[in-house]
Design a protein around this ligand. Structure first.
Ligand code: URA
Length: 243
């Protein structure tokens, strides 16, 4: 009986991001793919996702419907799936990995740091919903004197010219001089240029911005700018468990 678990071998391999549909066909014809220990050379052969063991070049394929990657976004690329003129964050992922995935939330072109990229729309919605109050933390370097009263204002919520003031931020002062300040600022909303506008509202100007966490997910400090990796199972679980 058809139960929805069967699909063509080439489609399965493409879904598992082994390659594009035409690339995986070539791999199959070349004998690089085995099903239950037997080389299969027919891309149209149907396999059962839940019971068949599929190997590519001798490695078992672990296929899951949802994919989760973290990217250490460099400055100079825009957060979009595609764009006619600008380089996007998705251009940093190979085509067979990025296909069907989207960045969760937005980092400005000049901002760096943690960007989650996934096809799990439910999780993305939860992480972005202001009602869920999931804090995103930014490392912020500012020009201008930001004093204790300014920090208290940020922690209460500030008027940035929208219909209502921002929700309270959490602020950890890292370093301060008479004309500059470094802080870690956590916000639970995702308004346009929110951190920059909040800092401006207290008389400062952001000179460098990097996101270092989204809720329970922290930027992997070993990822160079522009590099990405799959989320570990524990990281996915931690994000899913956040209420
Ligand atoms: N706040 C900003 O101002 N810019 C970002 O990219 C993210 C948060």
């Amino acid at each position: 009986m058809w139960n929805g678990n069967f699909m063509r071998l080439d489609k399965y391999l493409a879904n598992a991001r082994i390659g594009t549909r035409s690339e995986v066909k070539k791999y199959i014809w070349r004998g690089q793919v085995a099903v239950n220990g037997e080389i299969v050379k027919k891309p149209e052969q149907h396999i059962c996702e839940s019971t068949d063991i599929v190997e590519f070049d001798g490695e078992r394929i672990e296929y899951s419907q949802y994919q989760y990657y973290m990217l250490n976004k460099p400055a100079g690329v825009i957060t979009a799936v595609s764009d006619a003129s600008e380089r996007t964050v998705m251009d940093l992922l190979p085509e067979n990995i990025g296909k069907g995935l989207s960045p969760v939330g937005r980092l400005d072109k000049d901002a760096e740091g943690l960007l989650l990229i996934t096809n799990d729309g439910g999780l993305a919605h939860k992480l972005l919903s202001p009602k869920k109050r999931i804090f995103k933390t930014y490392y912020v370097e500012c020009a201008g004197a930001v004093d204790d009263a300014d920090i208290e204002m940020l922690e209460r919520g500030v008027d940035i010219g929208d219909d209502k003031p921002t929700a309270p931020a959490r602020v950890k002062l890292v370093e301060r001089t008479a004309e500059s300040c470094i802080m870690e600022m956590s916000i639970s909303e995702g308004r346009f240029h929110q951190v920059k506008r909040m800092v401006e509202a207290v008389g400062g100007r952001v000179t460098y911005l990097k996101r270092i966490s989204i809720g329970a997910l922290e930027l992997d400090g070993t990822l160079a700018k522009g590099d990405f990796r799959k989320l570990h199972d524990a990281e996915i679980m931690a994000l899913k468990e956040m209420k």
